[in-house]
Design a protein around this ligand. Structure first.
Ligand code: SF4
Length: 282
């Protein structure tokens, strides 16, 4: 017998997670931002970091959004194969939760239905972007990750050749962060996926943004690549708010995916300091 979950229960969870993600910056992100402040010596960059720390503290206590851009609602769902959803479709259930959160929480609604012509706002921040995985078991794990467009706009994919190797990957990551400059609202967290194909690399680059801060790839070769990318990015001197200084990126995470013999796609998803996500389980 499958375990039954009513769509209302899922909607309530999504609502709660969307509110939490917009008001409360994850503990590990705050800790790294506070450490960056201790490290930074450039006065203007220090002042920007001080504002960021004050901002996330106030957001939590006053129940105010961490940023005015409350993001496109990206929702990762790991669905246990023994669970059956009743009462509505997955998209309907998730959208209802997002709608409730963005309306009740006075969060900015940033979604337009049509990208090129009328660009009419949906006025409730739906539809959500859902990434669904079927997994073993009878639980449903949901992560709501509102993603601001400032940093999303500066993200990129390039279809590198296998011969470009490690150095090609590092150069591309550095190029993406460098051309973003202050537009990605640094200090950034850099999510990278190497391999896969034209659709899976960006998805895994985004998924890597959910990793805890400082957690390295378990493969020591990729862990070294993450460290080297972080070192090179922080040599760029863009700094917090684009004011210069030592801390342009707070972390780099690289996922390695099986790929075709003829290719080596690299996707770089930049996330601003407002690295928001909240996870719950039913
Ligand atoms: S990129 Fe991030 S910090 Fe910048 S405006 Fe968007 S959500 Fe806010």
């Amino acid at each position: 017998m499958p375990r039954l979950i009513d769509s209302d229960e899922l909607s309530r969870l999504v609502r709660d997670l969307a509110l939490k993600a917009n008001f409360v910056l994850p503990r590990d992100v705050r800790d790294v931002l506070s450490s960056a402040l201790e490290l930074e010596r450039v006065e203007l960059a220090r002042s920007a970091l001080e504002d960021l720390v004050l901002n996330f503290q106030m957001a939590e206590t006053e129940k105010m959004p961490i940023c005015q851009d409350c993001g496109l609602a990206v929702v990762f769902v790991d669905w246990g194969q023994e669970v059956l959803l009743t009462g509505g479709s997955l998209q309907e259930a998730v959208d209802l939760g997002i709608r409730d959160a963005y309306v009740e929480g006075y969060l900015r609604k940033s979604v337009v239905y049509d990208p090129v012509y009328d660009r009419r706002n949906s006025f409730d921040n739906t539809p959500a972007v859902i990434h669904l995985r079927m997994v073993p078991g009878d639980r449903v794990e949901v992560t709501v990750a509102p993603k601001g467009m400032g940093s999303e706009n500066m993200s990129a994919i390039r279809m590198l050749k296998p011969a470009d190797g490690e150095e090609g990957v590092l150069r591309f990551i550095e190029e993406v962060v460098s051309s973003a400059g202050p537009n990605s609202c640094p200090p950034v967290v850099v999510g990278v996926a190497v391999g896969g194909n034209f659709e899976t690399a960006p998805l895994w680059a985004k998924r890597s943004l959910l990793r805890p801060m400082g957690q390295r790839n378990p493969d020591p070769r990729y862990a070294r690549l993450e460290e080297e990318a972080l070192r090179r990015i922080n040599r760029l001197g863009i700094g917090a708010g684009g004011y210069g200084g030592l801390v342009t990126a707070l972390d780099v995470r690289i996922e390695a995916l099986p790929t075709h013999i003829a290719g080596m796609p690299v996707a770089v998803n930049l996330c601003c300091h407002a690295l928001r996500h909240a996870k719950g389980v039913i």
